[in-house]
Design a binder for this molecule. Structure first.
Ligand SMILES: [Zn+2]
Length: 151
């Protein structure tokens, strides 16, 4: 459902102008009612715009850290839904705890002028890299620890 039905709005515009002048209080109540009924959808639209913003930030970063290829540095996978920014020398989990995850991490990178030491990896290669780095602990079958630690 559209919040604004343009055809109906057009028809009612002339009438509304004169009506509003003589029914100010009533109109304000109606306004309140509109908000009560449409707040959810309105916020939904705002949320969508937020998503677009976050996508834009992520695209900028992927472009930068893949030198424009928009591909995983290891296998060449190119579906951006599964691409992420990888800390080449590890320390990612600790860093994310510090600056936040997702958009906060991406914004941090942008704010700090795209620092060195990061690359684009697909989630598959992220996990393989993490596994290689940490060994069997991730499967819970290694010696001693069964905890999952970040890279
Ligand atoms: Zn990959």
């Amino acid at each position: 459902m559209n919040v604004i039905d343009t055809e109906a709005a057009e028809k009612g515009r002339e009438y509304a102008r004169t009506y509003y002048r003589s029914h100010r209080e009533h109109c304000r109540d109606k306004d309140k009612k509109w908000w009560a009924e449409n707040r959810t959808e309105y916020n939904e639209v705002r949320r969508e715009r937020g998503l677009e913003y976050r996508r834009g930030v992520k695209l900028d970063l992927l472009k930068h850290y893949s030198s424009g290829t928009m591909e995983c540095a290891i296998c060449g996978f190119s579906d951006i839904k599964a691409l992420s920014i990888d800390h080449m020398n590890g320390g990612g989990a600790a860093h994310r705890r510090e600056v936040g995850q997702g958009i906060n991490f991406y914004r941090w990178l942008r704010k700090h002028g795209y620092p060195e030491g990061y690359q684009v990896l697909c989630m598959n290669c992220q996990w393989v890299k993490r596994y290689d780095r940490n060994g069997y602990r991730y499967l819970g079958v290694g010696e001693g620890s069964t905890t999952t630690q970040g890279n």
